[in-house]
Ligand binder design. Structure first.
Ligand code: ADP
Ligand code: MG
Length: 182
């Protein structure tokens, strides 16, 4: 009987943050979830949240979500894949905190990493309610490897959790279309 090839790749769970505030935001995020699924197994997707912009405030509200991706990609390979998806979906990089058709960040993957293009955990994860609200929904007990607190604890300890509303329930990535404003 033929032996099955031995795979040396280790599958790990990456937690990815998604955001969009230009164009058909929900359709963009839905397509991003589909494309991320080409790089592993999408194990969980949070609700979709509408959030007020942080930093540069004179821009439209964001839709944000988080997902868990079981992937054999190394962290830098996954970041390259995220950047390729952002580009394919029309993102043009201008300035930090600028409006964007799509932002994909690796929030957590394995332990700690510091390379020129990639820092893990994401350096601003613990201070952003728009990241922690969706992340704590799908990974409440996952512990931040540097701070030693769980995602639920980090969310609860934020001084300001305002400006964040659930916009669509779990399952949005299979069904939703951007609401038409009238
Ligand atoms: P932000 O997501 O903070 O608004 P950008 O999306 O413009 O900022 O990302 C700027 C750069 O941050 C990316 O080109 C990437 O190289 C770097 N970066 C460092 N760590 C991470 C991470 N964990 N996830 C995503 N990008 C990261
Ligand atoms: Mg980013």
């Amino acid at each position: 009987m033929a032996r099955r090839p031995v795979s040396l790749s280790v599958v790990e769970t990456a937690y990815i943050g998604l955001g969009a505030n230009l164009g058909d935001r929900a359709a963009t995020l839905r397509e991003a979830v589909r494309r991320l699924g080409e790089h592993g197994r999408v194990a969980a997707v949070s609700s979709l949240y509408e959030t007020e912009p942080v930093g540069f405030r004179e821009q439209p509200p964001f839709l944000n979500a988080a997902l868990a991706l079981e992937t054999a990609l190394a962290p830098t390979e996954l970041l390259d894949a995220l950047i390729a998806i952002e580009r394919a979906m029309g993102r043009v990089r201008t300035f930090r905190n600028a409006p964007r058709t799509l932002d994909l960040d690796i929030l957590l993957l394995g332990g700690v990493a510091h390379t020129p293009g990639l820092t893990l955990p994401h350096p601003r994860l613990h201070e952003r309610a728009f990241v922690l609200a969706p992340l704590a929904e799908i990974a409440p007990d996952v512990v931040h490897p540097v701070l030693g607190s769980s995602m639920a604890e980090l969310l609860a300890s934020l001084p300001d959790r305002s400006g964040i509303e659930v916009w669509a329930a779990p399952g949005w990535e299979r069904s939703i279309r951007e609401r038409v404003s009238c």
